[in-house]
Design a binder for this molecule. Structure first.
Ligand code: CA
Length: 258
């Protein structure tokens, strides 16, 4: 592709990007790195692909979210660069579906504008980082490097423990198929438990994770909210999932008692 066909801002940032020191994994050049670029704007996709290839990386392009899903299912990509604006499935939906298919490759979202809503939607949908267009190629590489170093991490957007399910993005909780209404505090407390099933959590730990600093530091507030939670997530279902561990705190059973 001729450099003159690129948008001026992109051409400038790309041209100013030094060729050295940009190896994606420094000192690990022997390992082939493969990146999937999901972008329907052909010029932009080709520009990113060429830039990555010049850094010695393999890069494939999908122009639709649907294509990205099967390609990422067939190939273990080290990272996915995912544009938000796509025909058909948009970037958010594509990311959510990737995670639903247990594809945990780090996702770098490209957003068209610096919108808080876009960033929140992207991160809640399971993206790892985002970059606002127009971006500099050096920054794209730096962010990809950071993501690839971290590697694929299994982090379901919906947390599950036994038959309890919690979606932090939509603030919904279910036991079995039954949705449970919780207050924001109860939800925060339950999420803290569900992030560490089977682990005894002290009142201090629970306070620290589910309450902010403005809250008066009284540990019995934890006891009160544990009681509320039991009334909502356990008692109506005949369950006893939140255990009191005398002198230590509370524990969410990892599995129902035999
Ligand atoms: Ca696009």
């Amino acid at each position: 592709m001729a450099a003159t066909s690129l948008p001026p801002a992109t051409r400038a940032t790309y041209a100013s990007c030094p060729r050295t020191n940009l190896g994606l994994i420094q000192g690990c050049q022997a390992r082939a790195m493969r990146v999937l670029i999901v972008e329907d704007e052909i010029k932009m996709a080709a520009l990113i692909r060429r830039g990555l290839r010049e850094e010695g990386l393999s890069a494939d392009v999908a122009i639709k979210g649907e294509d990205a899903l099967w390609m990422a299912g067939a190939t273990a990509y080290d990272a996915i660069v995912l544009d938000v604006m796509l025909p058909g499935l948009d970037g958010f939906q594509t990311c959510t579906k990737l995670r639903e298919k247990s594809i945990w490759a780090p996702v770098l979202m490209l957003t068209a504008r610096d919108s808080v809503e876009d960033r929140v939607a992207g991160l809640d949908g399971g993206a790892d980082d985002y970059l606002t267009k127009p971006f500099s190629f050096a920054e794209l590489l730096a962010r990809l490097r950071a993501l690839v170093r971290r590697g694929p991490v299994e982090r379901p957007t919906v947390v599950e423990v036994g038959d309890l399910r919690l979606d932090p993005a939509t603030h919904q909780v279910w036991r079995g198929g039954v949705e449970i209404e919780l207050s924001p505090k109860e939800l925060a407390l339950l999420e803290t438990f569900m992030r560490q099933p089977g682990v005894v959590l002290s009142r201090y730990h629970l306070l620290e994770h589910a309450w902010d600093y403005e809250y008066e530091n009284r540990s019995n507030v934890v006891d009160v909210y544990v009681r509320y939670l039991r009334e909502k997530v356990d008692r109506p279902f005949g369950a006893e999932s939140i255990e009191t561990v005398r002198g230590a705190g509370y524990r969410l059973r990892a599995a129902p008692p035999a």
